[in-house]
Design a protein. Sequence first.
Length: 252
Amino acid sequence: MSWKAIFLLFFSCLGIVLALKVEKDPRLLEWHSPHSISNSKILDTSVIIDGRIADLCETGFLEGTFIIPQFVLQELQYIADSGDSNKRVRGKRGLDILHRLQKMEHFDLRIVNDDFPSIREVDAKIVALARQISAKVVTNDMNLNRVAELQGVFVLNINQLTSALKPVVLPGETMRVFVLKEGKEAWQGVAYLDDGTMIVIDDARKSIGKKVDISVTSVLQTTAGRMIFAKMREESAEHNAPATVYPAPSRG
């Protein structure tokens, strides 16, 4: 058999194998032209370990093609195999989250082998891949967030989304909270909303360990989040006021 015939036979067989694989999973063919994938998003290690991405995808708020680079998967595996027990738990949680995403019927998850051997840092590889295939980056890492944006990559930050979805609280609103501890000032008490927002309450130190009704006086927005300042409502203040002790009558 001539070399020409051997080559023809080899490539014919290769074509049949690829055709069968593409028939089972058409996405294999699509990935050979990554620029054709619209609305694609690359998940980084931090957002996978965090886990909230799975809840968001289940609600349908996030859609499109989600890409897990092989180097991100390797980083997760490295963390899961760490000698540090805390890191090991985080790594295994990340792998569990990926497994959960993979099982979602409506979720298009693809693990890709694209790598950038000349780049050492995983974050830099993510940015390079995002630029190459015109994808967005989903992350919780503010450093990656800044670097990606500086290089023209659109970023979806789950922490920023959570902050944007916090209920609006306005001065004058009333609520019932549990006073957890004392504040910086001796007379203050501190409580927290379900989303972790701190509430500093005037004259609530004596109510530590109790539920009280408060009225919001002001809201302070900072780069770290927001802080609510409040005062005790009169009903709660009276209810929690110490009993007045009268001196015993003198015997004349």
